[in-house]
Write a new protein. Structure first.
Length: 149
């Protein structure tokens, strides 16, 4: 079997590496642009749940312990890692605990309407101005390098 593929039409054909674990898959027909109907920005946006305003997260025992030790008891990271070992019998590196707390705080954050509005405005500004911003930075960088020469 020739694995180099057929390049006459600009496409390279590859042999499948392994079969799908659940057997043959049924293919879903691709949607055409006519099926989409509305082409507005609103139709392109993902549907979001209301979880951004009502932050109800169920925390596990480890997460509750981490938040209590760091936020309520203001323990140093070295002591927190020792408590995880003594209380739960689990060994974690300090950077892993720090990242875990950072991600927990991000998940628990409640986005207010002004926060969401500011984020949308910043995104819209970036979408409209990104090429101008990049061109200015490139121009400034080139100007700096030319002065060095």
């Amino acid at each position: 079997m020739d694995l180099s593929g057929d390049l006459s039409n600009g496409r390279r054909l590859y042999a499948p590496i392994a079969p799908h674990p659940t057997g043959s898959r049924t293919s879903v027909p691709k949607r055409s642009h006519e099926d989409d109907g509305d082409h507005s920005d609103h139709a392109k946006r993902r549907k979001r749940s209301d979880s951004s305003t009502s932050a109800t997260i169920e925390l596990g025992e480890e997460d509750r312990l981490l938040i209590r030790l760091k936020d309520e008891e203001s323990m140093p990271w070295k002591d927190i890692a020792a408590r995880f070992q003594s209380d739960l019998g689990k060994t974690y590196q300090i950077p892993a605990l720090q990242m875990r707390l950072k991600r927990l705080r991000e998940r628990m954050r409640v986005w207010t309407e002004p926060d969401v509005k500011a984020l949308r405005m910043a995104h819209e500004y970036w979408v409209q101005s990104k090429f101008d911003i990049i061109a200015q930075k490139v121009s400034k960088t080139l100007h700096t390098y030319r002065r060095r020469d």
